[in-house]
Ligand binder design. Sequence first.
Ligand SMILES: [Zn+2]
Length: 162
Amino acid sequence: MQSTQLSESLNTAIKNHLKLDHDLVQFFRHINHVVDEKRHNELTAEYEMRQKFLMVELRQIPMLVHASETHSPTIFIAFQNEYGESTAMAILRQQDAEMFVEFAVMRYDRGPERTVIFNRNDLSVCCSCKKYENKRILCRYVLKVFDTKGIKTISPEYVKRQ
Ligand SMILES: [Zn+2]
């Protein structure tokens, strides 16, 4: 083999090798892209499933439907969280007086214990956690009391458009 021929064949080999490397890079890029896309699709499906689940849950709970219609999205999210927590609440004690009912409310598995005073006449409430006074959001303890008393929508005085 002459030196020119050797050089040419080397060149070809190097070019092929480089081409192969180039193809490999492309191949891995493609694989990454496919993996990213698959992951993205999975996340999207998961998100949509959760959204659908939330929508189904929402439609079935009058208090949440009412809150979604009367609260700003930010307040609604906070309300929804309190509502979710309220389902884990338990009434420990209940004391009936003339116009007021006093409830001791606590999460089923751990404290703190809160006192909710319920007014039978105007259906107003006062809770020792003071969340409503501070943040204008009905708290989990009050929502538990409302549920216990069969109140399924938010009374007008607690509906605050933000
Ligand atoms: Zn409270």
